[in-house]
Ligand binder design. Structure first.
Ligand code: HEC
Ligand code: HEC
Ligand code: HEC
Ligand code: HEC
Ligand code: HEC
Ligand code: HEC
Ligand code: HEC
Ligand code: HEC
Length: 303
């Protein structure tokens, strides 16, 4: 009995301790100038509401933690006595999430903006407003910010909830990976993987986009990509051209990779398939897709 009472007293002490910390945090948030004013004047109600549901709110990551700018920042402006920015960049997130930002920077998402700007069909569009609505919505995934860092972290976990559960759904990729030049969502939805996932959204029987492209939670979506698709992606050659586009033997502009890099990328992807399929089954499926890409590249030019 005595032991039980002591136990109870200890539990009560711990609980009071926790609620004291929670109260202090709530007070700090209530006293926060940004949230205080935005709530009392009813400005950006939806944002306050979204933020309140986030892990950030639960951890006292208030508006100023992301939006405060340093004197001299090109995109800063003064706002009710504070120097802030509207465009929170990956560099701002990296103060607390350095590994996600460095993984992201290693993958192709981080060059999406630059590649778009370099494209002849982008330059041919008559004006900025049209360029913004025709191309930039999707390619902003690699937006280059005033501080030089590249990326838009709210592309998959939308602001201001910033939820990882949301980012794991195929719909998080769908806004960009859809339609004629990049119909990945259509391929996925109509595949056995996608159909089974539609029938039971909670199943772990089948992979979703992030199972294959963000294995282990990595933000480098280029891991395991080798040739990609017809008339873009890459071809095998003696040199690895990195992110630079070169011309293949048929005159198509794409990247080149060495046989060694092809083998390493393919082995990485197959290690994911092999969690469910036999390696030889999966390897045959991918080899058939490679064959279609290579033969189509050749055909495209001969016509
Ligand atoms: C005294 C009241 C007040 C304070 C303090 C305040 N804001 Fe605001 N803020 C507003 C109002 C009002 C708007 C305008 C909303 C609109 O355009 O509908 C606004 C707009 C903004 C915008 C959008 C600006 C734009 O041009 O698009 C951002 C970002 C912002 N606030 C962030 C912050 C941050 C971060 C803090 C704290 C460092 C803060 N605010 C403090 C009242 C305030
Ligand atoms: C975890 C970091 C983070 C926190 C915390 C945060 N924001 Fe943001 N905010 C962003 C990002 C990222 C963007 C998008 C920037 C871009 O488009 O380049 C953004 C954009 C905005 C915008 C402009 C876009 C729009 O939809 O109007 C406003 C206004 C804004 N935030 C207000 C707030 C307010 C108010 C708070 C506090 C309740 C807050 N933010 C907290 C990261 C944050
Ligand atoms: C001041 C530090 C700080 C900054 C700046 C910050 N975060 Fe966070 N973030 C946190 C903390 C703390 C957590 C909660 C971690 C946990 O629960 O383990 C978190 C959690 C997250 C999560 C996971 C949410 C979930 O569903 O579990 C995402 C996604 C995220 N942050 C994205 C961002 C992005 C994007 C930015 C920049 C726009 C950013 N954060 C800026 C501190 C920060
Ligand atoms: C805001 C738009 C946008 C969203 C959302 C988006 N992507 Fe992308 N993604 C792009 C663009 C643009 C490129 C092409 C970048 C380039 O090559 O310049 C790309 C390229 C890729 C590549 C090719 C990488 C390579 O090395 O060839 C993969 C894989 C990928 N995305 C996976 C995903 C997954 C998985 C999701 C969802 C979790 C996702 N993307 C969400 C815009 C987006
Ligand atoms: C619906 C979203 C979306 C729109 C709109 C869009 N793109 Fe893309 N773009 C993508 C995705 C996704 C990829 C990656 C495709 C893949 O790897 O299969 C891509 C790839 C590219 C590439 C190849 C990048 C590389 O690394 O080789 C270029 C160049 C490009 N887009 C330019 C443009 C231009 C210019 C526009 C406007 C006329 C535009 N895009 C509009 C989503 C989009
Ligand atoms: C292509 C989509 C996509 C983009 C763009 C993206 N994320 Fe994520 N993020 C995810 C996914 C998916 C997860 C969940 C990973 C998992 O645990 O399965 C995640 C999880 C996170 C987490 C939680 C990590 C943890 O272990 O709890 C943080 C923090 C985060 N992202 C930060 C960022 C930052 C910072 C950026 C910008 C550099 C960013 N994300 C851009 C898809 C994305
Ligand atoms: C079963 C695993 C798997 C799933 C699920 C999956 N992919 Fe892929 N994805 C691959 C493989 C394998 C490739 C080709 C890799 C290569 O080039 O060797 C690929 C290629 C890609 C490419 C690059 C194409 C190019 O032309 O460069 C993009 C972009 C992409 N996937 C996006 C997505 C999106 C978005 C989803 C979800 C809608 C998705 N993938 C679902 C395995 C998968
Ligand atoms: C999380 C488990 C899982 C992973 C990872 C996975 N698959 Fe599957 N896959 C399945 C299941 C379950 C089915 C449905 C089996 C059926 O059709 O009866 C399936 C079906 C298929 C099918 C069509 C059915 C058939 O028999 O032809 C192909 C092709 C396929 N997977 C290829 C791949 C490839 C390639 C990879 C890796 C890039 C991969 N899968 C990764 C679980 C997985």
């Amino acid at each position: 009995m005595r032991n039980r009472l002591i136990g109870l007293a200890v539990v009560t002490l711990i609980l009071t301790g926790i609620s004291a910390i929670a109260d202090a945090q709530k007070n700090e948030i209530k006293d926060n100038a940004c949230i205080g004013c935005h709530s009392s004047v009813g400005a950006t109600k939806g944002i306050i509401n979204d933020w309140s549901q986030s892990k950030h709110a639960a951890n006292n990551v208030t508006c100023d933690k992301c939006h405060t700018a340093d004197a001299g920042d090109k995109d800063s402006f003064s706002h009710n006595g504070f120097l802030i920015t509207r465009t929170v960049s990956p560099r701002d997130c990296s103060k607390c999430h350095p590994s996600q930002v460095s993984q992201f920077s290693a993958g192709k998402h981080s060059i999406g903006w630059k590649k778009m700007e370099d494209a002849a069909r982008y330059k041919a569009i008559p004006n900025d407003k049209m360029r913004a609505s025709m191309c930039e919505g999707c390619h902003s995934v690699g937006k280059v910010h005033a501080d030089g860092s590249a990326g838009k972290c709210d592309s998959c976990h939308t602001r201001h909830v910033f939820s990882k559960v949301e980012a794991r759904q195929p719909e998080a990729c769908e806004t960009c990976h859809m339609g004629l030049d990049h119909e990945q969502i259509e391929y996925y939805r109509t595949s056995k993987h996608g159909v089974i996932s539609d029938i039971d959204r909670n199943t772990t029987r089948v992979p979703t986009c992030v199972t294959c492209h963000a294995d282990g939670g990595t933000h480098d979506v280029s891991q395991g990509i080798t040739l990609g698709t017809v008339s873009q992606g890459a071809f095998i050659s003696n040199n690895n051209s990195g992110d630079t586009s070169v011309t293949d033997q048929y005159g198509i502009v794409q990247r080149s990779i060495t046989r060694e890099d092809f083998n390493a990328g393919r082995a990485r992807m197959l290690s994911i398939c092999s969690r469910c399929h036999s390696t030889s089954f999966a390897s045959d499926v991918l080899a058939r897709a490679d064959e279609i890409k290579m033969q189509s590249d050749a055909k495209l030019v001969r016509q």
